[in-house]
Design a protein around this ligand. Structure first.
Ligand code: G1P
Length: 296
């Protein structure tokens, strides 16, 4: 059985990239086909045997708590109407435990993670940034947990990104140590393209160990005046090895409008409920666009 049993899901951000939709409702609740974005992250972790979730929330985020709670009236209603499948669907995650902690002020990812310290205690834990949506068939977290168990070192997920996008990510410098595995030698949060040590960007999945909290507690604000998890990981390098795992599967930056649309189209094309009709629709739209372009 896996040693990683807990997952932190930071969800206190303001969602400014998705305004106006996120003005009064959390970005994490935006639905991709028929499930809110955050549920994909929870299901991804659950598939790896994680059963305790600590969600770091903020103001206007109460619907997150409601979403993972039991809704007694709805259950009764579905039971009475004989809607067994829907009932199963809404109860699918009811065996999991959820705890919520508020970040209070949006002081960065490192600050958010530190808020969860009392819940984590002395165990390794996963961090999932739910706006990085990973295709469930690509098993990223599973592979990271395996690597963590093999090396007994923290592991961060990496992706090769084009130079012009590097300023949006934490970036690593490292030495290759096996296929798609890097022993990390440096971390930089959101560098200018000419200062980036590589094109290997950190994406929103981490397997961390509780020694990161000691570093987070002593940290000063970094890029953007925020407490950066990337800076804490750089500090951790002085004490132990940290590894990167290059993900070559499908990831969608669903906190961004275009990335969200890509996730929606890809997931809809896999959804047993709408896939066939949606595929026909997409083909008809593509044909119409082609004809329109020919006519120009
Ligand atoms: C955060 C991290 C950054 C990482 C990114 C992945 O940035 O600070 O290092 O590359 O997530 O999505 P954010 O997207 O919250 O600005």
């Amino acid at each position: 059985m896996s040693m990683v049993k807990k997952a932190l899901l930071p969800a206190a951000g303001l969602g400014t990239r998705f305004l106006p939709a996120t003005k009064a409702s959390p970005k994490e609740m935006l639905p991709i086909v028929d499930k809110p974005m955050i549920q994909y992250a929870v299901e991804e972790a659950e598939a790896c045997g994680i059963n305790e979730f600590i969600i770091i929330t903020g103001r206007h985020k109460r619907t997150l708590e409601d979403h993972f709670d039991t809704v007694y009236e709805l259950e009764e209603n579905l039971k009475q109407k004989g809607k067994k499948q829907l009932l199963e669907e809404i109860n699918r995650l009811s065996h999991l435990n959820f705890a919520y902690v508020r970040q209070g002020r949006p002081l960065g990812l490192g600050h958010a993670i530190l808020r969860a310290k009392p819940f984590v205690k002395d165990e390794p834990f996963a961090v999932l940034l739910s706006d990085d949506v990973i295709d469930p068939d690509d098993n990223l977290l599973q592979d990271m947990i395996k690597l963590y168990e093999e090396l007994d070192c923290p592991v961060v997920a990496l992706e090769e990104v084009p130079r012009e996008e590097i300023h949006r990510y934490g970036v690593i410098q490292g030495e290759a140590d096996g296929d798609g595995v890097y022993r990390i030698t440096d971390f930089v949060e959101k560098p200018e393209p000419e200062q980036a040590p590589s094109n290997l960007a950190i994406i929103g999945r981490y397997i961390l160990t509780p020694d990161i909290f000691r570093i987070l507690e002593r940290m000063r604000p970094g890029r953007g005046g925020e407490y950066q998890l990337t800076d804490a990981l750089k500090g951790l390098l002085k004490k132990r090895s940290v590894y990167g795992y290059v993900f070559r599967g499908r990831r969608y930056d669903a906190g961004d409008k275009f990335g969200f649309l890509k996730a929606t189209v890809s997931f809809a094309l896999k959804s047993p409920i709408v896939a066939d009709r949606f595929r026909d629709y997409i083909i008809s739209v593509a044909r119409e666009l082609q004809n329109r372009n020919k006519g120009k």
